[in-house]
Design a protein. Structure first.
Length: 268
């Protein structure tokens, strides 16, 4: 382990890491950044390989970080210590936790998905905010969804805020980036019923049979689902809204419907 920290914020290595804030840099290098104790711990537990781990003990929140470093080193990661200011220069969080991992991006295709006899999928179209996409991944993990299919992606799956909001479950939740036409064809081929969430629907999501193969389809934060999905879905559904707002935040709406799937499938 390198115990001589890089302290200058002008160090070329620090500058190169700071550039990974930009999607173009991440995509060009084919890597991404994972920040924080919990996401890195979950990534290592899932068998993900980090090429590099940058750490700064001055930012550590507890006493378990050393084990994370030891586990990462055993898995082949190169460890580099940074000074407090240098680490803050590359960190995404306002209050860093002193751990950042750099690893290679991956791609999962629709053909890679292994479906059960009664699949439960979450499909999202043109989600704009990284925090919402990360939270949807976390909800998929919590409710046992078999995969998240991201159609016509606007935000980057490997945006550090997606990784952070997912709390690291993106390393174990199969996530496919594709176009809407391919996703629609996939659902039809596998006879998975698509439920499009829209305020204009007549039927409540709680009145629909969710025990059969099903995909919850959610639209963008600003515009909802496009006509492509509204015209091709098997059934539009809505959430009851008692106030003046006609819809919930997309991540909140997703988790509400996803837990109805859990409730129906676990009901005696």
């Amino acid at each position: 382990m390198d115990n001589e920290p890089i302290t200058s914020i002008h160090n070329p290595r620090v500058k190169a890491l700071a550039k990974l804030r930009k999607r173009s840099e991440r995509d060009e290098q084919g890597v991404f950044m994972t920040e924080g104790y919990r996401p890195i711990t979950r990534a290592l537990a899932a068998g993900f390989h980090f090429d590099e781990i940058y750490y700064s003990p001055e930012w550590f929140l507890g006493s378990n970080e050393q084990k994370v470093l030891d586990d990462a080193a055993k898995a082949g990661a190169q460890l580099t210590r940074l000074g407090k200011e240098a680490f803050a220069k590359i960190a995404y969080r306002e209050r860093p936790e002193g751990l950042i991992g750099i690893g290679k991006q991956w791609h999962t295709s629709l053909d890679d998905l292994k479906l059960s006899k009664t699949p439960f999928l979450i499909v999202v179209e043109a989600i704009e905010k990284p925090g919402n996409l990360g939270t949807i991944l976390r909800s998929a993990d919590a409710t046992g969804a078999e995969a998240v299919i991201v159609c016509d992606a606007v935000t980057d799956l490997f945006n550090p805020n997606v990784v952070r909001a997912s709390t690291g479950v993106m390393f174990t939740t199969p996530t496919v980036i594709t176009d809407s036409a391919s996703a629609i064809d996939f659902l039809r081929t596998h006879k998975i019923r698509s439920l499009a969430a829209t305020p204009a629907a007549k039927e409540l999501y709680t009145d629909v049979d969710l025990k059969q193969p099903v995909a919850i389809v959610m639209g963008s934060e600003q515009f909802g689902l496009t006509d492509t999905w509204l015209e091709s879905c098997d059934l539009p559904v809505r959430l009851p809204m008692a106030g003046i707002a006609d819809s919930l935040n997309v991540s909140a709406a997703t988790v509400a419907i996803a837990y109805e799937v859990v409730r129906q499938r676990n009901a005696k």
